[in-house]
Design a binder for this molecule. Structure first.
Ligand code: ZN
Length: 245
C-alpha cells in the first residue's frame, strides 16, 4: 500500500490539487494521511475541506483548524494569522465546521502516530530542535511519528542507547528507508512551504518497500496570490508564498 502524507494545506487549493496530480502521475497512492491545518492563511478554505473529505483521509486537527471553528482563541495568533482565521471562519459551511471540530488529535496508523504539532502537545508545540525532539520521543508508542506545523520538511532520528537525537534533511532523489530506528518526520507544507522552496511538499510512504519518498510539486503561486488579494488577505501572507518562507 502507498500512503500520500500531507500537512499544512492552509486553504491553498492550487497547491493541494498540484500535489494530488503529481502523486497520481507518479507512484500513485491508496490512502491519504493529513497532518492538520487544512485551513487558515489561504483563499480557499471551503474548497480545501471538501476536496480533502472526498478523498476519505485519516486527518488530525491543527491549530488553524481549531481557530476557524472557535475551539481556540485567535488572540494567541499573530495579527496576520488572526485576520486570516477570522476571514476563514466566515467562509466555511456548517458541515465543514462540524468536520474540522471533530478531527482527532493523535491517531495511530500501523507503525505511525499522526499529530499536527508534537506528540506532547498536538495542537501547539513545534518540533524544531533536537532538545524538543528528544523529549517528544518519550511521548508516543509507535516506531514513527508524523508531525506538521513547522512547514519544514525534515526528520529526527533517535538513538535509544544514549537518548541522543539527530536532525536530518530529507534525502534528495532517493527514499528514506525505514528500519528499527525511531523517527519523527515532517513532510513539509502543501500550501505555505517555509524552507525557501515555494513548491508544495509531500511524502509517499510505501508500506511494502518500507520507504518514504519526498516530493515537491510546482503549482500556480500567482493564481493563489491573486485570489488572496481579491479577498483582502494580509499582504505578508500573500508575498511569502512566492519565496517559500
Ligand atoms: Zn500550519
Amino acid at each position: 500500500m502507498r500512503y500520500l502524507i500531507l500537512a499544512d494545506i492552509h486553504s491553498n487549493v492550487e497547491a493541494f490539487r498540484a500535489v494530488l496530480e503529481d502523486a497520481e502521475g507518479g507512484e500513485g497512492y491508496h490512502h491519504l494521511w493529513c497532518l492538520g491545518d487544512i485551513v487558515g492563511y489561504g483563499p480557499d478554505p471551503e474548497e480545501c475541506v471538501q476536496l480533502l473529505r472526498s478523498l476519505d483521509p485519516v486527518c488530525v486537527a491543527g491549530n488553524h483548524d481549531w481557530a476557524a471553528v472557535g475551539k481556540l482563541d485567535v488572540s494567541q495568533f499573530n495579527a496576520d494569522a488572526a485576520a486570516a482565521a477570522s476571514w476563514t471562519a466566515q467562509q466555511l459551511s456548517p458541515e465543514s465546521k462540524t468536520y474540522l471540530s471533530g478531527l482527532p488529535l493523535s491517531p495511530q496508523e500501523g507503525d505511525f502516530t499522526l499529530v499536527h504539532g508534537s506528540p506532547r502537545d498536538p495542537i501547539w508545540e513545534y518540533v524544531i530542535s533536537t532538545p524538543i525532539a528528544r523529549l517528544c520521543f518519550a511521548e508516543f508508542q509507535t516506531l514513527y511519528c508524523l508531525v506538521g506545523h513547522s512547514h519544514i520538511p525534515h526528520f529526527y532520528e533517535h538513538r535509544p542507547q544514549t537518548g541522543d537525537c539527530f536532525l536530518r534533511a530529507m534525502p534528495k532523489g532517493e527514499p528514506l528507508m525505514l528500519g528499527d530506528t525511531r523517527l519523527i518526520i515532517n513532510p513539509g507544507s502543501v500550501g505555505q512551504p517555509r524552507d525557501g522552496n515555494p513548491a508544495a511538499s509531500y511524502l509517499i510512504y510505501d508500506s511494502e518497500a518500507r520507504s518514504l519518498r519526498h516530493y515537491r510539486a510546482l503549482y500556480d503561486v500567482k493564481a493563489t496570490q491573486q485570489k488572496m488579494r481579491r479577498h483582502g488577505l494580509p499582504y505578508r501572507l500573500i508575498e511569502r508564498l512566492g519565496f517559500g518562507w
